[in-house]
Design a protein around this ligand. Structure first.
Ligand SMILES: Cc1cc2nc3c(=O)[nH]c(=O)nc-3n(C[C@H](O)[C@H](O)[C@H](O)COP(=O)(O)O)c2cc1C
Length: 173
C-alpha cells in the first residue's frame, strides 16, 4: 500500500476575546484547505467557546492545561500556529517570554522550534494605545511572527478576519 501523504497540522490558539465563539470559521476554512486542526485555548477562553462543538469539528480534545508527566501527548506537533483571536494580555506576555498558560508555553516554544506563526490581535482602541502593546508587536515581528488583523475600529465594522491567518501562513486554498 502506498504511504499516506502527511496531513499538515495547524494549532489554533484561542484567547478570551468576545469574538472567540466564532473560531469555527477558522477551523472550517483550514479544513477546507486540507489541514488537520487542533485547538489550544487559554484557561479563560474555555468560558467563551463551545468546547463540545469545537472538539466535534476538529476530532481532537481542546488543550488548555499542561498534561501530567507520563501522559501521552494529545496532539501531534504543529506545522503552523494561528493565534486568533489574540488578546492584549496574551500578546504582551508572549512577547515578554512569559509562559504561565499552556497557550503561552506553546507560543514561546514555537519560535525556538521554527514553527511558522501568525497572530490576529483583537483588542479595543484603548488597549491598543498602551505603549507596551506597540513594543510587543515590534518584538513579535522581530521574531518572525506574521501579524494581521484590523485596527480595533475596523474590526468592529468588518467582522473578524479569521481566514487571514491562513493566508499569512501561506496555506494554499
Ligand atoms: C466579554 C469579554 C470580551 C473581551 N474581549 C476582549 C478582547 O476582544 N480583547 C482583549 O484583549 N481582551 C478582551 N477581554 C478581556 C480578556 O478576557 C482578559 O484580558 C483576559 O485576562 C485575557 O486572558 P487570555 O489572554 O489568557 O485569554 C474580554 C473580556 C470579556 C469579559
Amino acid at each position: 500500500m502506498p504511504d499516506q501523504p502527511h496531513q499538515p497540522f495547524l494549532y489554533v490558539v484561542v484567547c478570551a476575546s468576545g469574538v472567540a465563539p466564532g473560531v469555527g470559521a477558522l477551523i472550517t476554512a483550514a479544513q477546507r484547505r486540507r489541514w488537520d486542526v487542533g485547538v489550544i485555548a487559554t484557561p479563560l477562553a474555555m468560558n467563551f467557546i463551545d468546547v463540545a462543538a469545537v472538539e466535534a469539528m476538529t476530532g481532537h480534545p481542546i488543550r488548555s492545561a499542561w498534561r501530567r508527566p507520563g501522559e501521552p501527548r494529545p496532539l501531534p506537533d504543529p506545522d503552523a500556529v494561528a493565534v486568533a483571536p489574540a488578546t492584549f494580555n496574551t500578546i504582551n506576555k508572549w512577547a515578554a517570554g512569559i509562559s504561565d498558560t499552556l497557550a503561552l508555553g506553546i507560543l514561546c516554544e514555537a519560535y525556538g522550534a521554527g514553527v511558522p506563526t501568525a497572530v490576529l490581535p483583537c483588542l479595543s482602541a484603548a488597549q491598543a494605545a498602551h505603549p507596551a502593546y506597540r513594543r510587543s508587536l515590534d518584538v513579535l515581528r522581530e521574531m518572525g511572527v506574521r501579524v494581521g488583523g484590523r485596527a480595533p475600529e475596523g474590526a468592529a465594522s468588518g467582522g473578524f478576519p479569521w481566514e487571514e491567518a491562513l493566508d499569512l501562513l501561506d496555506i494554499p486554498r
